[in-house]
Ligand binder design. Structure first.
Ligand SMILES: [Zn+2]
Length: 312
């Protein structure tokens, strides 16, 4: 039986929402917010390994949440996290009468119990072909192999770093059916973990160049203003990205955290709604601009490393 699902991971509906605002560089301090250890990690972000991960993820015929190929992809990324030394687990996600899963990877910080805060880096792993069924081609290169490969690249860069606070990486399923993976994850959080979350960085569509100059949109809410500020400073320090800001979050997994009053921000290519290949078989690697993705990854790595209190 086919369970009717309403795709709500679609970013093409901007009607009625305020237009993101360009943040002038002059509004950022000239000093570097990131410490030397964080800055050194930024230079570990690799175009070659990121591209190889993108190729591996898009080699699956689809990553539709309910497909066998999704489970293959999830197993592959879980193995990758484990090989890097992360503690990994699966989180089952019920969607109507069906089931998909999230992959969670944890790295513990060095601060004493009770002082360790929690930093999240997340992306959805699933893809969709809106015009087809569960097994129709859905390479989902930009949406969202670009963000999932980004989580894996940040995992690689931070694998051996000494961090003061705890790092949790999550790849969600069921995003394209309505943010199910992140909704379940947030609902399942313990009160103790909920209270120590200081940052959630979501990557969804970070690999297309839709604007004349490379740009990023930081989309959050009042609860995540400090995360937006940290990311904007990191963009200034580590990239040439133009930074747009919006406080009207919609249609990706940061919304699940913001709805629970948690400080989440979506990092996404500028003018993402101009990507009309989203959710079609045309969302392939050839449409990506890897250097935009690497710039966004450099920004995110700097901001995350800074918030984690990285020291080596
Ligand atoms: Zn997406």
């Amino acid at each position: 039986m086919d369970v009717p699902v309403q795709p709500s991971g679609c970013r093409r509906r901007l009607g009625g929402l305020p237009v993101p605002v360009l943040l002038p560089r002059s509004e950022l301090s000239s000093g570097r917010a990131a410490g030397m250890a964080a800055t050194a990690l930024v230079d570990e972000v690799s175009t070659d390994t990121y591209r190889a991960t993108l190729e591996a993820l898009t080699a699956h015929p689809t990553r539709h949440s309910f497909s066998a190929a999704y489970r293959d992809a999830a197993r592959t990324v879980s193995d990758r996290f484990a090989a890097l030394g992360y503690g990994t687990r699966e989180e089952p996600v019920a969607v109507g009468g069906r089931e998909t899963l999230n992959i969670i990877a944890d790295k513990r910080g060095t601060a004493p119990e009770g002082e360790r805060q929690l930093v999240y880096v997340v992306a959805h792993l699933d893809s969709i072909n809106e015009a087809g069924g569960v097994n129709s081609p859905a390479p989902g290169a930009d949406d969202n192999a670009s963000g999932a490969a980004g989580v894996l690249e940040i995992a690689r860069v931070l694998a051996t770093a000494i961090i003061r606070h705890d790092l949790r990486l999550v790849l969600f399923g069921g995003e394209e059916q309505g943010l199910h993976g992140s909704r379940v994850h947030v609902a399942d959080l313990t009160d103790a973990d909920r209270a120590r979350i200081i940052m959630v960085v979501n990557m969804d569509m970070i690999g297309r160049l839709n604007t004349a100059a490379p740009s990023v949109l930081l989309e959050g809410a009042t609860v995540s203003q400090h995360v937006i500020d940290t990311l904007a400073q990191a963009a200034h320090d580590t990239s040439d990205l133009e930074v747009f800001v919006s406080l009207a979050p919609f249609a990706s997994d940061h919304v699940s955290f913001i709805d629970a009053d948690l400080p989440a921000v979506l990092t996404i290519e500028g003018e993402d709604q101009l990507n009309t290949d989203e959710h079609t078989p045309r969302d392939t690697l050839t449409g990506l601009n890897i250097s935009v993705a690497i710039s966004i990854l450099r920004m995110n790595t700097a901001a995350v490393a800074t918030m984690l209190g990285v020291s080596a």
